[in-house]
Write a protein that binds this ligand. Structure first.
Ligand code: PMP
Length: 281
């Protein structure tokens, strides 16, 4: 029976419940994080907790639990559920209050977390995935890791219905990011991704990929690219905490590189896994 954590206590997932008046449910008024678990240990959880603090501050939800306590809860969830490879999900909402849009006075944030097994090193998608380009229908604060995600739900549903693994969201043809990932292209050995601003999430994996590229002398360009440029690129890949780096081998109806992952993508994925393995042993 999987164990989760809710507002300070561990309990069986089937026994965990929240109020119908929780603002996470009523308004999507909350933020979340997802960190990978490898070798039974959390990967880069400290960085995820820094981003959690930033997201909470951005929407003025009080920080009621220290990073050290979160780390302990997250690791205990991985351990108690016997997760060797997988993820820990955590969410904080503004709490329970009579339904009214402005912030309630004195609401206590709702906090919960759970763990899941997922194959990370031997991800079946590591041989290459298809993206479907869709208009980015989101708001202007995509830098906040908010649980208000109807636009991504619709984008990723379109992708799935179209036989694609992930959405490539764009504004007037200029790629923002994936439905739940950052997107990259490679041309002549130069790795390119959109610069950080309010229009994309500052992916933790994105940061690590930039560090790995710098460390191995791969030049990086932080500049937006179009859907057409991605289709014409030498390589394309996506990054996220629970997929690491996955090669993109098709976009819409265009197959790239005869469906083969690119060499720079492969090297970065291998470097990413080597680093992750080293940090979790
Ligand atoms: N962009 C969006 C919109 C996401 O939801 C995610 C996944 N949380 C990412 C990028 C990748 O972020 P990370 O590398 O921290 O998982």
């Amino acid at each position: 029976m999987p164990v989760c954590w809710l507002n300070g206590s561990f309990c069986a997932e089937r026994d965990a419940s929240v109020s119908i008046f929780d603002r996470g449910l009523l308004f999507g008024d909350g933020v979340y994080e997802v960190a990978a678990v490898l070798n039974g240990r959390l990967l880069d959880a400290d960085r995820h907790l820094v981003r959690l603090a930033r997201s909470l501050a951005a929407i003025a939800i009080p920080h009621t639990q220290s990073a050290a306590t979160w780390l302990d809860v997250m690791q205990q969830l991985a351990t108690q559920n016997g997760i060797d490879e997988g993820l820990v999900y955590l969410q904080v909402t503004r709490g329970v209050a009579e339904r009214d849009f402005p912030f309630p006075v004195n609401a206590t944030p709702t906090m919960f977390a759970y763990a899941r097994a997922k194959s990370l090193r031997a991800d079946a998608n590591a041989s290459g995935v298809r993206l479907l380009s869709v208009p980015d229908m989101r708001w202007t604060r995509c830098d906040i890791k908010s649980t208000s995600m109807l636009a991504q739900v619709l984008a990723k549903q379109s992708a799935r219905a179209g036989g694609a693994f992930e959405a490539m969201m764009h504004v007037d043809g200029l790629v923002t990011e994936g439905g739940s990932s950052n997107l990259w292209i490679v041309n002549d050995g130069v790795v390119q991704t959109r610069p950080l601003a309010n229009d994309i999430l500052a992916g933790i994996t994105r940061d690590v990929v930039l560090e790995l590229a710098h460390a191995s002398g791969v030049p990086v360009r932080e500049r937006a690219f179009t859907v057409a440029q991605a289709k014409a690129a030498g390589e394309c890949f996506m990054s996220s905490a629970t997929s690491f780096i996955l090669p993109v081998t098709a976009i819409d109806d265009d197959t790239m590189r005869g469906g083969e992952p690119g060499p720079v993508t492969q090297r970065l994925r291998a470097a990413y896994i080597a680093r992750a393995d080293r940090l979790t042993r």
